[in-house]
Design a protein around this ligand. Structure first.
Ligand code: BES
Ligand code: MN
Ligand code: ZN
Length: 496
């Protein structure tokens, strides 16, 4: 999509469609008033007839509005003017793009970027708007044999600013937002590919492809033999049941001083989670192709950082494997030695995410990281606790947790913290090994994080459980690309 910024009166725009807001009940926004005036009260007459109250979700498409140069005027319901907040703004922009996309227009000028939102500047509004446009128009048609491309695709969206002096600042906002949107799209695409295509080797290939386009990016892929040498018994206990080999992918991006310790992001890359011998019920099991969304978000984030050439050092680590039942698979009660030297009793082979992440966390220590953040579709319990709206956040370092929460608020990709108190640790006691891989029914998300914390030890570490947020089910089934926006905001805030 081509994005532009402009200022000027709506009635004078030569465009296929001008988009303006109506507040409830039947109140015109400033740009709508300008059109109303130029059209000799055409808008207010139409609205008085009762076709448009301005409630959120409503829209009305008008053609050949007198006194207006544009072919169409699209009225978008914004709800009560006082109630336009972060969430409503995103929804309104999304609605305007869906509505525009249903028309024959190939481009449009959108005045909704001029809506006032408490505590949010123009920069924020433009950045959000661009990300939402890309999010709304996203489709995954790669694997359809027909109708891959929309018939009349939108090509260009112009957002407006009240005065000319704000133009240049907004160009930067667009640049950042486009890179983030590309990262989100990459994450969504990778996640939406089914597990027969998106295997650990496929993820490795895609990482290598990313590295080819970027000099500052160095990709490395460890094979199972390398992992054996490193003593990654925990990771290998998951992959041993699968005929598809595991890969440990690292993406090293260096654009800051050598002495600057890197931010390490680790993404769970289970390309399919059957549960292993502790096999899952078959209902909705197809969605376990999404068990690599953490890995996808790492790829998306690193790709966006590289596209922007941000002055940071950041390392992505992706442990990638399938979790399958077979004659070679791990059986409940089996005990393995992790790379850290700690022994793990695998009481449930479906708690595999933590088994691959713990070795990746230990491995990350070789980078002497400033912080380590792991991202994983780790627990069904997180979906029970927080639903599809918030990512679960657990951390052994409160300032880091704060920074991630703030980045979530700002980007609209929010996380909510759960406690990581010592009291929960005892649920992981094992009579035969140093630690068990499950902690019983209570507080499943917390005990999963407790398990990881035993390996993070002194690292400044945070864990993002994206089990609820990484994809949607039902008729909107598909990957969301979360938490790429959160991670990008976190990184951008760090270098500000
Ligand atoms: N990948 C799943 C978690 C999951 C389940 C994410 C459903 C999203 C939706 C993970 O590997 C898993 O199976 N976790 C188990 C842990 C349990 C055995 C302690 C779970 O949540 O049931
Ligand atoms: Mn599992
Ligand atoms: Zn899993």
């Amino acid at each position: 999509m081509d994005f532009n910024i402009k200022s000027g009166s709506p009635e004078k725009q030569r465009s296929a469609c001008v988009i303006v807001g109506i507040f409830s009940s039947r109140l015109l926004s400033h740009p709508a008033k300008a059109i109303d005036k130029a059209s000799k009260q055409y808008l207010s007459t139409v609205i008085r007839r009762g076709d448009m109250d301005g409630d959120k979700g409503q829209y009305l498409l008008l053609h050949n509005v007198p006194g207006v140069i544009a072919d169409r005027v699209l009225l978008i319901g914004c709800g009560k003017e006082r109630e336009v907040n972060d969430r409503n703004y995103r929804e309104i922009i999304g609605n305007s793009i869906s509505a525009l996309n249903k028309t024959g227009a190939l481009e449009g000028i959108n005045y909704l970027s001029e809506l006032n939102i408490k505590g949010r500047d123009l920069n924020w509004r433009i950045k959000q708007a661009v990300e939402i446009v890309e999010h709304t128009l996203y489709q995954f048609n790669e694997l359809k044999s027909k109708n891959k491309k929309p018939r009349r695709p939108l090509r260009k969206i112009t957002f407006t600013v009240p005065t000319r002096r704000e133009l240049s600042k907004c160009e930067t906002a667009i640049k950042y937002a486009c890179a983030i949107a590309n990262g989100v799209k990459l994450a969504r695409d990778l996640a939406n590919y089914p597990s027969n295509i998106c295997t650990p080797s496929y993820l490795a290939k895609q990482a290598i492809k990313l590295g080819k386009n970027q000099n500052s990016l160095n990709i490395n892929v460890l094979e199972e033999t390398d992992m054996e040498k490193l003593g990654m018994g925990s990771l290998l206990s998951v992959s041993q049941g699968s005929s598809t080999p595991a890969k440990l992918i690292t993406l090293e991006y260096k654009a800051s001083k050598k002495s600057q310790k890197p931010i390490v992001i680790i993404g769970k890359g289970v390309t399919f989670d059957t549960g292993g011998i502790s096999i899952k019920p078959s209902q909705a099991m197809d969605e376990m192709k999404y068990d690599m969304c953490g890995a996808a978000s790492v790829m998306g984030t690193i790709s966006a950082v590289a596209e922007l050439g941000l002055p940071v050092n950041i390392v992505g680590i992706i442990p990638a494997t399938e979790n399958m039942p077979s004659g070679e698979a791990t059986k409940p009660g089996d005990i393995f030695t992790s790379m850290s030297g700690q022994t793990v009793e695998v009481l449930n082979t479906d708690a595999e995410g933590r088994l691959i992440l713990c070795d990746a966390i230990t491995y990350s220590k070789k980078y002497n990281p400033e912080v380590v953040i792991d991202i994983a579709t780790l627990t069904g319990a997180c979906v029970v606790a927080l639903g599809k709206h918030a990512t679960g956040l657990l951390s052994n370092h409160n300032p880091l947790a704060r920074e991630l929460i703030n980045a979530g608020e700002e980007s609209g990709d929010r996380a909510w913290q759960l406690p990581l108190w010592d009291e929960y640790q005892q649920q992981l006691n094992s009579p035969f090994a140093d630690i068990a891989n499950i902690g019983g029914r209570d507080a499943g998300t917390i005990t999963a994080a407790c398990f990881l914390s035993r390996f993070a030890e002194k690292l400044q570490w945070a864990h993002l459980d994206i089990a609820g947020t990484a994809w949607l089910s039902g008729n909107k089934k598909g990957a969301t690309g979360r938490p790429v926006s959160l991670l990008m905001q976190y990184i951008l805030n760090k270098i500000k």
